[in-house]
Ligand binder design. Sequence first.
Ligand code: ZN
Length: 223
Amino acid sequence: MRTDASQAAPNGGNGYVALTYDDGPDPSTTGALLAALRSAGVRATFFNIGRRAQANPSLVRAQQSAGMWIGNHSWTHPHLTQLGTAQITAELTQTQEALQQATGTAPRLFRPPYGETDANLRAMESQLGLTEVLWSVDSQDWNGASTAQIVRAASNLQAGGVLLMHDGYRTTIDAIPQIVANLTSRGLHPGMISPATGRAVAPDGRRPPGTQTAVPPDETEHG
Ligand code: ZN
């Protein structure tokens, strides 16, 4: 099928975007959020708060088993650029440890609370092997946006872009079907965030749904 889209990606779409959910896990919303994402057939990135992850490790494992990617969002959600080096280190490393304990893997992605960053914080992220991830579109769900307003914000996503949302609002959960329908209509696919670039890319190297080619069993690697 030919289209007029001159920037079409080779796999039959216009590229990838990343859906991100901050500030969880939250016993009152994480389960419903994961159910909505699974029902829509999409994967997202969860930037978890360390102390909440430590208090709710089963929810972190639920994120993982639902196919979500997991990132570090600090231990207590402070204004990190106002803290000293020792405090910043503790905020980052305690969260790495709690998430590693829950999932078996240390995160590679970090989102600073409030998007506040500076050269000092970036240097410390880098020492821990973390890639800083901000966003290209803010859903404003944290600011009382309605489901319709969240959907409208998501319609501004472009290929490679990252949408800021939060685990904690019913409005955000209710927006998922319409967000996915809008992306699909524009040939965009929810993907993962590349630890190399901080931008949205194909999920785990796989192709978009519908174009995936099965790997023959004798060519799979075990390990
Ligand atoms: Zn946050």
